[in-house]
Design a protein around this ligand. Structure first.
Ligand code: 5GP
Length: 196
């Protein structure tokens, strides 16, 4: 079903290690438009510093599948062939609407394609790292993943990169400041075009 309502959705994707997490935090704090960060649901276990309801809604497999059956997800995907499910609950869009802001989704490419089908007006942004070597360096410097996981993420990133041209905007996250400013300009322009 294609929705053409007044929905305001920003989708940001990019390989893990592209600096997305920092970028998202900076944008929520600094963008001139109101960004309401969508809290995804996942069956992945929480990392030590992660908080339920803040970083993710951490669900069991059964809970996730029940919500899926009930049609509560806007999109969902199994990410990195890890066996873990991730998805955006429709209620996150409601929350953004209630706050009169943009729903800000940081999701993978598979999920982004599903959102684009339903909301062709969504503002979609792909974040790219300057080079494959830099990307691998960032991924390893986090030090939280096993070699196996890193290899899978590198392979996923390569596949994702091939889909970058499906996004409305591609931003290279070479310098964080530059990337933040570029996206702020994009969002401001998109908001103005909706209000025109
Ligand atoms: P992590 O496990 O490192 O927090 O996230 C792994 C990947 O899952 C990220 O690349 C992120 O974009 C993706 N992801 C997070 N939430 C969602 C979601 O709701 N839907 C989809 N399709 N992907 C998600």
């Amino acid at each position: 079903m294609v929705q053409c309502g007044p929905e305001r959705i920003v989708v940001l994707s990019g390989p893990s290690g592209s600096g997305k997490t920092t970028l998202v935090r900076e944008l929520v704090a600094r963008a001139e438009v109101t960004l309401v960060k969508s809290v995804s649901a996942t069956t992945r276990p929480p990392r030590p510093t992660e908080i339920h309801g803040d970083d993710y809604w951490f669900l069991t497999d059964a809970e996730f599948r029940e919500k899926l059956q009930n049609g509560e997800f806007l999109e969902h995907a199994e990410v990195f062939s890890s066996g873990y499910l991730y998805g955006t609950l429709r209620s996150e869009l409601d929350r953004a609407r209630e706050q009169n802001g943009w729903a800000f989704l940081e999701i993978d490419v598979q999920g982004a394609l599903k959102v684009m089908q339903q909301y062709p007006n969504a503002v979609t942004i792909f974040v790219q790292t300057p080079s494959p070597a830099e990307f691998e360096r960032r991924l390893r410097s986090r030090g939280t993943e096993s070699e196996n996981v890193i290899q899978r993420r590198l392979a996923t990133a390569e596949r994702e990169l091939q889909l970058a041209d499906r996004y409305k905007y591609v931003v290279v996250n070479d310098q964080l400041e530059t990337a933040v400013s570029e996206i702020c300009v994009i969002l401001k322009a998109e908001e103005m075009s909706r209000n025109a």
